[in-house]
Design a protein around this ligand. Structure first.
Ligand code: ADP
Length: 284
């Protein structure tokens, strides 16, 4: 079954900005999907449309077969959303934030309590349950956003830059938790600026640029299909980056430097292949 099926979605804002220009995207149930794009590419608009918060100008969409327009409430019920911004009431206690959210989905306190306890323990927030959200650190607030999104056990979890501003240690913990959730059957869509995160977590990926999907597919295949490698050279005059195509001979390229009298002190392969793929895609 498809977790998400959107067809030819367009969004033109009232000020004339064409944020999406006919986006078609299908995501299988169980996938861990990365949505990559620079600022202003249209990621947040697309997520807003999937969640029923933004009305598209044209096109249609389904979440687990529920139409995002004509069956909006049912479609929304399938989704947990982790927004970029901390949008809690800062005086409300952690426990109340979770239980109130459950109420929005029609769960009674009694029904919600066992699951809420489980999630808060999993996300290391159980000890903080009686604290107001303003007393939490940034990393804790981020985890609270995730806990809140999961309280109604959504089949599709959408995270908009979940690790922005989260330190390395916490980021790893969050990666582990998201991987576990996905293994247990939750479909995940994530936008991120950290390409490393996509390479580590995601099975499939779409690159969005200026409101259009410019590339999509399996992360492993997209990386394999790359026909260039980038090396970082340390010269006596400073660092230089070179891009070498598959059909080019590296030693010949390096020979050109010697001919120009430039001395190579060190050579390193740029390991961040996804970043190269991204840059190649949006430049062409
Ligand atoms: P991203 O999340 O990839 O940074 P957005 O979806 O936020 O991209 O934005 C896509 C484009 O739509 C940008 O040019 C942005 O300025 C514009 N945009 C986003 N929201 C609005 C809005 N409410 N009104 C007008 N233009 C908007």
């Amino acid at each position: 079954m498809l977790a998400l099926d959107i067809q030819k979605i367009q969004k033109k804002y009232a000020n004339g900005t064409e944020a999406l220009q006919g986006v078609t995207l299908q995501i299988e149930e169980g996938d861990f999907f990365g949505l990559l794009g620079s600022n202003g590419a249209g990621k947040t608009t697309l997520i807003g449309i999937i969640c029923g918060l933004v009305t598209p100008t044209a096109g249609s969409g389904k979440v687990f077969n529920f139409n995002i327009d004509t069956e909006r409430d049912l479609a929304k019920q399938q989704i947990g959303i982790v927004p970029q911004e901390f949008n809690f009431n800062i005086f409300e206690k952690v426990w109340d934030i979770i239980i109130t959210q459950a109420g929005y989905y029609g769960l009674t306190v009694k029904e919600a309590t066992p699951h809420a306890e489980h999630i808060l323990k999993k996300l290391d927030l159980w000890d903080k349950r009686d604290q107001p959200s303003r007393a939490l650190s940034g990393g804790m607030k981020r985890r609270l956003l995730i806990a809140r999104a999961l309280v109604h056990t959504p089949r599709l979890l959408i995270l908009d830059e979940p690790t922005a501003g989260v330190d390395v240690e916490l980021r790893k913990g969050m990666w582990e938790y998201l991987t576990e959730l996905n293994k247990n059957g939750t479909t995940i869509i994530m936008t991120t600026h950290y390409l490393e995160e996509i390479e580590r977590l995601c099975r499939n990926l779409a690159i969005i640029n200026k409101g259009e999907i410019v590339k999509s597919g399996l992360v492993s295949e997209l990386l394999q299909g790359m026909d260039t490698k980038t090396y970082i050279l340390t010269l006596d005059s400073g660092n230089e980056e070179i891009t070498v195509r598959k059909d080019q001979d590296l030693s010949q390229v390096l020979g050109e430097f010697a001919k120009k009298g430039k001395k190579i002190l060190d050579i390193r392969l740029n390991e961040n292949r996804l970043e190269q793929l991204f840059l190649q895609t949006i430049r062409t």
